[in-house]
Ligand binder design. Structure first.
Ligand code: AGP
Length: 604
């Protein structure tokens, strides 16, 4: 939610660097955008709308400076207007601030500052920070101390960057919102000079450097001639410099019209990366390092959105292995925390930054649970804060709709279960299916009829998705994907649940997408459910491996290769991703940046 960027040492490229960084961060929010560039004074340009609108507004303006900050917004306080766009200024217009997060005590601070004569020009929580810094400078504090004192007044979550006239660099602080420093050409941690970057996420500056430092909660950074990082008490902190392991090109569209389509097509490679050096087919072994020793007696999964669907799948995998396991919506977990016992608590999060999941993990950790994060993002808050991490290695995912990372999550959940709680029989069954998975996904991508199905049903106003067992979370995921990028109504159901209410909504204009795998009892029962909707005139699209007679009752068929029911879930989902993509594309939707959403949801 919201992306912030800062840079210093880029000379005449300062403004370009900021705008380029914002484009890379636009997945975090696209309600408004702005930049503030520091020279002898601060030049600010901001606007409601997307980065393209900011580019338009900057056209013809000559804004130069040696340092600057930028912001792309997902609105929390106040509508997406020009006035509410960041950066926000103090009364003297000598201090500019950008912020990601929510300042919970902003109203009290605003009232207090207002009573001292400060004038506010926006509805945002962020603006109080600029006025607080102004207040402490007016009281005689040095700018860096005034910045620190101002931050210490804040309650809530924040990644904040500021520029202050009369100083030469950037000031930054974080609490519960991500912030990473990039060390560019000529930059080091112990000598002055060089280029430094600051951002909510690495893609913002990955074109310029792969050397990064992750800031922790309570830390402050000063970027001027060099880099100084201090803790909440002002003591110098020595930090590790990490090397980012993916390339800048991975954050481009590589010729695809949308990131989402590119990322759907990247699934074979992403899955290979997830499986590499972890599964050995000949010996049917799975290696996830010391995570195998966790051997949990119970598992609680916490996650949101697509990751929650992966959590539901993961809970089934562990239950099948005889381990009590449950999936919780992270936003509900802390409101009624379940008894913990010795349960392992697993947070699933592509970004590793989702506020609801973070707070659920913290709640569990605070009660003494062993915690594990399953994430795509090395160096994310969850990776750093909790006991263990299992990476899915999907590569950067930019489209707001999660695609390849869902496939990676399901795959990694199998690895965790096979290595820690399942026996050799399951490994002999699953390891070959996992090894086949990238190739099977590729076959679907090569031959899918999803575009034709999308064309046929693009005018429907309501879509249903049904599945049983491992296909049930996929039905939910298929519906989520379609609704979030097409803005059309879509619902996923456990196939057997349809007759307990939702069937009343089914008519001849409600396409029902049914996932049918194998020819066992689950498939037979789902075929029964298909007949029930068919009897109500609903058109039926069957996603199937062809082992049952489901196709007999289908208006359209989307084929998947025969596979294990667990890996078939990944395969069926690829067909549904393509259906969602093509429907949204035909409707002309903003596929990579759907309205009202953001990739990384860092507010609760
Ligand atoms: C999926 O397409 C969504 N964009 C969303 O549901 C997402 O999965 C959710 O916000 C959780 O994100 P995370 O995996 O980064 O925690």
């Amino acid at each position: 939610m919201c992306g912030i960027i800062g840079c210093i040492g880029r000379g005449k490229h300062t403004l370009d660097t900021l705008v380029h960084g914002l484009e890379k961060l636009e997945y975090r929010g696209y309600d408004s955008a702005g930049v503030g560039v520091l020279n002898t004074d601060i030049s600010v340009c901001k606007t409601s709308g997307k980065i393209a609108d900011l580019r338009g507004k900057l056209d013809g303006q000559s804004i130069a400076g040696h340092a600057g900050i930028g912001h792309t917004r997902w609105s929390t306080h106040g509508p997406p207007t020009d006035a509410n766009a960041h950066p926000h200024l103090d009364c003297t217009e000598e201090i500019a601030v950008v912020h990601n997060g929510i300042i919970e005590n902003y109203q009290g601070l605003r009232d207090e500052l207002g009573s001292k004569g400060h004038c506010f020009t926006s509805d945002t929580d962020t603006e109080v920070v600029a006025h607080l810094i102004e207040e402490f400078i007016a009281a005689g504090e040095e700018p860096s101390q005034a910045f620190r004192t101002a931050i210490q007044q804040l309650e809530g979550s924040y990644a904040i960057a500021a520029v202050i006239e009369g100083t030469t660099g950037l000031f930054a602080a974080r609490n519960d919102s991500p912030l990473v420093v990039g060390l560019g050409d000529g930059a080091s941690t112990d000598e002055d000079g060089g280029q430094f970057f600051l951002a909510s996420d690495v893609p913002a500056f990955r074109d310029f450097t792969d050397r990064v430092i992750y800031l922790e909660d309570g830390e402050f950074a000063r970027l001027d001639g060099g880099l100084t990082i201090t803790d909440s008490e002002g003591k110098l902190v020595s930090k590790t410099v990490h090397t980012v392991e993916w390339d800048a090109e991975e954050t481009g569209k590589s010729g695809y019209d949308h990131f989402m389509l590119k990322e759907i097509h990247e699934q074979p490679r992403a899955l290979r990366q997830c499986l590499r050096s972890r599964v050995e087919e000949q010996t049917a072994t799975v290696d996830v390092g010391n995570l195998a020793d966790l051997n949990p007696s119970g598992v609680q999964f916490v996650a949101c959105g697509t990751s929650y669907h992966a959590a539901m799948y993961g809970a089934q995998v562990f239950r099948e292995a005889g381990v009590p396991a449950q999936a919780f919506l992270a936003s509900e977990y802390a409101t009624a925390p379940p008894p913990l016992g010795d349960d392992l608590v697993v947070g699933i999060s592509q970004s590793g930054e989702t506020a609801d999941t973070l707070s659920a993990l913290r709640e569990a950790s605070g009660r003494g649970a062993t915690t594990l994060t399953l994430t795509n993002t090395v160096g994310s808050t969850m990776d750093r804060e909790f006991d263990h991490t299992l990476f899915i290695y999907s590569g950067p995912e930019i489209g707001v709709a999660a695609t390849k990372t869902f496939a990676g999550q399901l795959t990694a959940l199998n690895l965790l279960s096979l290595a820690s709680v399942e026996g050799s029989r399951q490994r002999r069954e699953l390891v070959p299916a996992l090894r086949e998975l990238p190739g099977d996904v590729q076959r679907i991508l090569d031959d899918s009829m999803a575009e034709e199905v999308a064309e046929y049903y693009e005018d429907s106003r309501s879509y249903f998705f049904i599945g049983r067992g491992y296909q049930y979370p996929v039905a939910l995921e298929g519906a989520l994907k379609l609704k979030e990028i097409s803005y059309e109504h879509a619902e996923g159901f456990a196939a057997g649940e349809l007759k307990h209410g939702p069937l009343a909504l089914v008519d001849g204009n409600t396409p029902v997408f049914a996932l049918v795998v194998g020819d066992g009892e689950k498939a037979r029962k789902t075929v029964g459910n298909i007949k029930e909707v068919e009897a109500r005139d609903a058109p039926v699209v069957v996603i199937t491996d062809g082992q049952s007679d489901a196709e007999r009752y289908a208006d359209h068929v989307l084929e998947i290769p025969e596979s294990h029911p667990r890996t078939a879930a990944v395969l069926g989902n690829v067909q549904l991703q393509l259906v969602a993509y093509h429907i949204a594309n035909r409707l002309g939707r903003s596929i990579d940046k759907p309205r009202n959403l953001a990739k990384s949801v860092t507010v609760e």
